[in-house]
Design a protein around this ligand. Sequence first.
Ligand SMILES: Nc1ncnc2c1ncn2[C@@H]1O[C@H](COP(=O)(O)OP(=O)(O)OP(=O)(O)O)[C@@H](O)[C@H]1O
Ligand SMILES: [Mg+2]
Length: 232
Amino acid sequence: MKIDDTVSIEARDLVKVYRTGGVRFEALRGVSLRIERGELVSILGPSGSGKSTLLNMIGLLDRPSSGKVLIEGRDTSRIDEDSLATLRNRRIGFVFQAFNLIHRLNSLENVELPLVPQGIDTERRRSTAAQILEMVGLSSKAFNKPDELSGGEQQRVAIARALVTNPAIVLGDEPTGNVDSKTAMQLMEIVRDINKRFGTTFVLVTHNPDVAAITHRRIILRDGQVEREERN
Ligand SMILES: Nc1ncnc2c1ncn2[C@@H]1O[C@H](COP(=O)(O)OP(=O)(O)OP(=O)(O)O)[C@@H](O)[C@H]1O
Ligand SMILES: [Mg+2]
């Protein structure tokens, strides 16, 4: 198989049908897109247009009803669940709106969590997590638990957790959805810095036009289809 490693994510004619109590709903109706390695892309569109559904497909959290997702040239429709989980853990980081931090763990422990399934020993996990926390400017809060942090700080911990495995791709579903606009811009500075320094591909679902303005390309969805794209 020919691997094109300049392409980070490719979606080919994705269709996602949900069935609830006999009712059939097409959340995605033939979405195709190509995201290059190192691109910083936002996905916009009205509520219900399929943004989260699309992100779940390209993040390999759920499979499409038809069509396929290629990650770094690999056709993920052909690989089994275990290999899919490994690919997801090694190559993709996730940041969600609700932070999804574990409340009884401190910042350091939350950040090191994705390294556990990789079989990395405790000491190396700790030192890697500490480095990443420093990158997002939170060294001083390493031993605080989420309840002792502001919303913006919690989201920085969540970003650090997404980055700790050194992923090629980071996906965010409204990563700035629960913080004020000033904090959103600070988080985007971190994203932009990581994108520049490491060439990490970012795909961020957002409703915030200021966040979208910072991204290289905006993909606008409507009714489960790509309505249009805008580039800087
Ligand atoms: N598990 C599900 N079962 C049934 N329908 C679903 C399911 N998940 C999503 N949908 C429907 O699919 C459509 C797209 O949902 P999705 O969550 O992708 O929208 P979104 O663009 O992320 O919206 P928002 O901006 O409100 O987060 C919606 O109409 C939603 O009701
Ligand atoms: Mg959504």
